[in-house]
Ligand binder design. Structure first.
Ligand SMILES: Cc1cc2nc3c(=O)[nH]c(=O)nc-3n(C[C@H](O)[C@H](O)[C@H](O)COP(=O)(O)O)c2cc1C
Length: 186
């Protein structure tokens, strides 16, 4: 009887310890991933979402900045942006990442402009080698949703592993981001 009790206790303890081992493996995987959160933001919404992501999972924040300016008038600005997208314009990047190879996971944030990603994001995609990394898009929009943003990101970054179920939210909405992040196997 005593031997049986010892056996049962041993099995139970083994089960518990392997369950704990699984949890800590998952946590380790998350801790061991080096995360970059890169974004372009014209009017601040995508920046807020980037900061919310960082507040939940850590990682390095990086603002994509480029040469060139937009007209102060909103309507004119949108017309210029539309022309840039149509012409395939690639503004020169002025902010630089020291060592992109150190990152395993790259969150990449863009506003939806005319149904697609912004020229600044296209410049970023063409300037850095993201192959072998998990690239997770997050998109902010003014009511149009994701449209062609993630599919164009995927087309423009041929060797990239772009996660298709990225975040998309209206404006600076951050509610639901924690749940979305929790569902990602990073
Ligand atoms: C040039 C331009 C084009 C836009 N085109 C769209 C669009 O096609 N669909 C949409 O839902 N929102 C569109 N928007 C709204 C932005 O996607 C939205 O306001 C976004 O959250 C802005 O992000 P930001 O503050 O980080 O720049 C557009 C905004 C601008 C400035």
């Amino acid at each position: 009887m005593k031997k049986l009790l010892i056996l049962v206790c041993g099995l139970l303890a083994g089960g518990f310890s392997s369950a704990f081992a699984q949890v800590s493996e998952g946590e380790k995987a998350m801790e061991n991933s080096k995360i970059l959160i890169a974004y372009y933001s014209y009017s601040g919404n995508t920046k807020e979402v980037a900061e919310a992501i960082q507040s939940y999972i850590g990682g390095d924040l990086f603002e994509i900045k480029t040469e060139g300016e937009y007209p102060a008038d909103y309507h004119e600005m949108t017309i210029q942006a539309r022309k840039e997208i149509k012409d395939g314009y690639r503004p020169k990047l002025v902010s630089k990442i020291d060592n992109i190879s150190q990152y395993d996971v790259v969150f990449l944030g863009s506003p939806n402009w005319w149904g697609t990603i912004t020229p600044q994001i296209s410049s970023f995609l063409e300037s850095y080698n993201l192959s072998g990394k998990k690239v997770i898009p997050f998109i902010t929009h003014g009511g149009g949703g994701v449209q062609n943003t993630i599919s164009d990101m995927t087309k423009q970054c041929k060797d990239c592993n772009i996660f298709q179920d990225g975040w998309n939210g209206y404006g600076n909405r951050t509610s639901g981001i924690k749940e979305w992040l929790d569902g990602l196997a990073l």
